[in-house]
Design a protein around this ligand. Structure first.
Ligand SMILES: Cc1cc2nc3c(=O)[nH]c(=O)nc-3n(C[C@H](O)[C@H](O)[C@H](O)COP(=O)(O)OP(=O)(O)OC[C@H]3O[C@@H](n4cnc5c(N)ncnc54)[C@H](O)[C@@H]3O)c2cc1C
Length: 476
């Protein structure tokens, strides 16, 4: 044992779950360390997730004028090599800045950052194997441990990910080129985000998914609307189709679908889900149980089956950075008895940063129907919103799902270029059990996209009492 003075909280992994837990615990005065196997802290968010993908998206939109070409009649046309260089340079710069900020915050909170790969041992110990020649293997002792080792891309065995033109969301960042045509396997958030980015920079994009609906967690109407928008932007969608084989035939990438269709893309991006990082963690020996899918099993306090060992973030269920951060904070509070956050809020915001964005919170129309609720909807098309016309982005919809007898808001669903910024207003009303009349009461600024809430609420009320609500005469 290296120290008789154990850490209060020792964390494996510096992604959103580990980083947030560490800052909260250290801020409350506890002795905290994070073990991270990568040189830079920040986890997937900085290495291959939200920061690089959203930077690529912004850069692609700016450099190509993708969303604004029709409005202004102009757009830049950079050579693909120059475009690829600029995208990579800007992404690198932003990722380095955010990683430095995370490091600064951790150090500023007094968190010790230990570089190496951690493995659980008996009696709440962690053995740290340094990468390369960073020093000897050492074992640290802690009062409590948080496992926040996150997730990585799932690599289907049928897809040759060692081929230089077949990428996952990690390797694509180092590909250094813009393929003339890109086949994306998987129509979830990552597939749709990359589909938009590559379409914007000039690739002919095809998305194949085994599900009949794109982004299957979305409200069905929003999913269909998103699919129509992507198609108009030139993205080919092949839904309800299974990829049977990916191989090189006469030097060309060849993809065979189960129905016999053969595609020959210039590049392939596999976006077929995520797997948890639990291999080599010594979970079994430490008494930490996993569920049927290999994910660490936790209770509502994020306690594992081993006393004093907690787990949070993607390693318990790959989701989002926002959710992982909250789970990490709640886990730290329970582990150390900090009276700040006892549970993760029950209405998360789900964002898809395609072009345009999609955001949702609460129940979809299908979920409300599935639960047998007496519900109604209210809609506002952004073609009715002056701000959307001013920006030239009128393709979009805000949809409210609410309980008919009480008018209680159950769900909010938005497709528009600032969807993730709009949803929190609805999310807050849902969280507080508020009704759609809240939007009628608010005086909102004009011109804003937010006004769509008011028009959607009027639309919903008009469906309840058509004769009494003058919805047709309303203008934002
Ligand atoms: C392409 C993409 C885009 C995304 N976009 C968004 C988005 O826009 N918004 C959003 O909210 N979420 C987004 N996500 C999801 C988000 O990135 C994850 O939910 C989040 O990173 C999970 O955080 P985490 O802390 O659980 O794990 P991770 O971020 O995976 O971090 C785990 C860390 O643990 C380290 N580690 C693993 N094993 C060990 C070990 N044995 N010892 C030491 N260190 C170890 C890893 O190196 C890593 O740094 C995106 C994901 C991807 C892939």
């Amino acid at each position: 044992m290296e120290s008789n003075d154990p850490y209060d909280l020792l964390i494996l992994g510096s992604g959103p779950a580990g980083d947030s837990a560490a800052q909260l615990a250290a801020g409350a005065g506890y002795r905290v360390a994070i073990v991270e196997r990568q040189r830079s802290p920040g986890g997937v968010v900085v290495a291959s997730g939200g920061v690089p993908t959203k930077t690529l998206r912004e850069t692609a939109m700016y450099l190509t004028g993708f969303m604004d070409r029709r409005t202004y009649g102009v757009g830049l046309a950079l050579q693909p090599e120059m475009l690829a260089d600029r995208l990579a340079a800007r992404t690198r710069e932003v990722c380095q800045t955010i990683a430095a900020l995370i490091r600064e915050d951790l150090v500023g909170h007094g968190v010790e950052l230990i570089h190496g790969t951690g493995r659980l041992g008996p009696g709440r110990t962690v053995t740290i194997t340094p990468n390369a020649s960073d020093g000897p293997v050492r074992t640290l002792h802690a009062r409590t441990i948080l496992v926040a080792t996150g997730s990585r891309p799932h690599r289907p065995p049928s897809v040759p990910v060692d081929d230089p033109d077949v990428w996952d969301n990690e390797s694509v960042l180092g590909s250094g080129r813009i393929p003339s045509s890109l086949l994306i396997i998987g129509g979830g958030a990552i597939g749709c985000e990359y589909g938009s980015i590559y379409s914007a920079v000039g690739s002919r994009v095809t998305i194949v998914d085994v599900a009949a609906q794109l982004l299957p967690f979305l409200d069905g109407e929003l999913s269909r609307r998103a699919a129509a928008t992507y198609r108009r932007a030139g993205v080919r969608l092949i839904l309800g189709a299974r990829v049977d084989a990916v191989e090189r035939v006469d030097g060309r990438l060849t993809v065979r679908l189960a129905d016999g269709t053969v595609l020959e893309p210039d590049g392939i991006l596999v976006a077929a889900g995520r797997e948890v990082n639990t291999a080599g963690l010594g979970l079994h020996a430490a008494g930490v149980a996993v569920d049927g899918r290999g994910r660490i099993a936790v209770d509502e306090q994020f306690r594992t089956t081993a006393p004093g060992i907690y787990a949070a973030g993607d390693v318990v269920n790959p989701t989002l950075a926002s959710i992982s951060m909250e789970q990490g904070r709640v886990a730290a509070c329970h582990a150390l008895g900090i009276d700040l956050k006892r549970s993760v809020a029950s209405v998360p915001l789900i964002g898809v940063y395609s072009m345009p964005e999609i955001g949702m919170a609460g129940l979809t129309e299908e979920a409300a129907a599935g639960q047998g609720l007496d519900y109604e909807v209210g809609r506002c098309d952004f073609a009715r919103i002056p701000r959307a016309h001013i920006a030239g982005h009128t393709d979009g919809l805000l949809k409210l799902v609410f309980e008919r007898p009480t008018k209680r808001l159950l769900g909010v669903h938005v497709l528009c270029d600032v969807a993730s910024e709009l949803v929190p207003l609805g999310q807050e009303v849902i969280s507080r059990g508020g009704t759609i009349e809240r939007f009628v009461d608010l005086t909102l600024a004009v011109p804003t996209y937010t006004l769509a809430y008011k028009l959607a609420a009027y639309d919903g009320l008009a469906r309840l009492a058509p004769a009494r609500i003058p919805v047709n005469g309303l203008r934002a």
